[in-house]
Design a protein around this ligand. Structure first.
Ligand code: ZN
Ligand code: ZN
Length: 413
């Protein structure tokens, strides 16, 4: 395994406390409605997977037709699309999705340009994300597992968003709160919000699951990725945790090209090295001791209080039990392609009272909470924008773990 362990700065304990109050989308937050005629092009462009399975196979088409809206449906002109590794998995084949002529993409932000049933919806800024709706009454919904709802609706099952326009029922869209739209940050605008739709919600959900206390050491594996960097930021800025970031060695070596990431996730004390598991653990213990102001000699079990694995390489899932203290939590947010096992000695699990739990993308309420932190500058996602023509390559790089932060496709902006 080649990986690096940064030695973080001596982080202060942040004054922000977890803000766990759910945000309710009430009438006041629905944008003002206005009428505006709209003209649509005869064709638009997007990415189609003609036949799923095997390798990632996206074809950029410029002659897609815009489906005329039916009752209750609207046409959305997409402005930004979030690149998500999940789309790479969808394009390789997923039982719930079409096997031919599949359009992937699920995290997007756009504006309603056609709404025959209700013209007051025109120009409303709306979001799409993977989980659209759940029944709210099945046994999974009742147990707060909306992702497992047997009646769930999802993008891209409804339609993929890796295209310029989509035609969908309005009820399957999420309007953005008006104050988020009218008061945009100058350093990123609306594109920053797209990082909250799936990646940010997944990051927050993983932290809610881990529930770190003020001053805890949280190890974030894959900290330079789309979800990982948001886990690091929220852990530090909201939970007041100390973060040890772990990622691939070559990524740390390229950090000078993305300086914001240094400041926002891991401090400026990163140390890169090739390492064996034993060397890695020694570095981890040293970093934890430094963060806790403890002498490593007297705390041989000085490891993280919780580990959140956002990485997608198999190496990140080895000997996870060694990374945490007794009673520690191991939260798994990412997974490599293909079969991969997490193996933990039963005696470690029992004697050390460890917890291992998977965590998926969370709900729209979690997206809204992360958007609020973006809006009030508590966190700043690292987004890198590319044009729609580069979306295929960008997704391919994302699948291969070559990207930093969140990839955002500019569609109409
Ligand atoms: Zn996603
Ligand atoms: Zn349900």
């Amino acid at each position: 395994m080649t990986a690096t362990l940064p030695v973080p700065l001596k982080f202060g304990i942040h004054k922000h406390q977890p803000q766990m109050e759910p945000m309710v989308l009430d009438e006041k937050r629905i944008p003002p409605r206005r009428q505006q005629p709209s003209t649509l092009p005869s064709h638009h462009s997007g990415y189609i997977t003609r036949q799923v399975g095997g390798e990632l196979n996206l074809e950029h088409c410029t002659d897609l037709e815009i489906k005329p809206p039916g009752p209750g449906e609207v046409v959305v002109k997409l402005l930004y699309l979030g690149i998500c590794r999940t789309d790479g998995c969808f394009a390789l084949g997923e039982p719930d999705l079409p096997q031919t002529n599949l359009i992937v993409g699920h995290e997007s932000l756009g504006t309603i340009v056609v709404s025959p049933s209700d013209s007051t919806l025109l120009q409303t800024i709306v979001a799409t994300r993977f989980l659209v709706s759940t029944c709210g009454t099945c046994s999974y919904c009742i147990r707060h597992l909306p992702e497992s709802c047997v009646h769930r609706t999802t993008y891209p099952a409804l339609t993929g968003t890796m295209q310029e326009y989509i035609t969908v029922p309005y009820r399957h869209l999420q309007p953005l709160p008006q104050d988020y739209v009218t008061h945009l940050r100058a350093d990123g605008g609306m594109a920053l919000y797209v990082a909250a739709f799936c990646s940010g919600a997944a990051a927050l959900k993983s932290l809610r699951t881990a529930a770190p206390r003020l001053g805890d050491v949280v190890l974030v594996s894959g900290v330079l990725g789309a979800i990982g960097h948001l886990v690091g930021m929220i852990a530090k800025k909201v939970y007041g945790a100390r973060v040890v970031g772990v990622d691939l060695g070559w990524k740390w070596n390229r950090l000078n090209t993305v300086p914001q990431m240094i400041e926002t996730t891991s401090g400026d004390g990163c140390v890169g090295f090739d390492l064996s598991q034993d060397r890695f653990l020694r570095q981890l213990e040293r970093a934890c001791a430094e963060l806790r102001k403890e002498d490593v000699t007297f705390t041989p079990a000085g490891r993280a209080d919780s580990v959140i694995v956002c990485a997608s390489s198999a190496a990140a899932f080895q000997r996870l039990e060694d990374l945490v203290r007794d009673g520690g939590s191991i939260i798994i947010v990412g997974a490599p392609r293909g079969p991969c096992m997490v193996q933990v000695p039963l005696r470690s699990l029992l004697d050390r009272q460890l917890r291992i739990q998977g965590s998926l993308m969370g709900t729209w309420e979690e997206s809204l909470q992360v958007m609020q932190w973006i809006h009030d500058c508590t966190i700043t996602p690292y987004v890198h924008k590319v044009n729609l023509a580069d979306a295929g390559r960008q997704l391919s790089d994302c699948v291969d773990c070559k990207t930093f932060g969140k990839g955002i496709i500019r569609i109409h902006s």
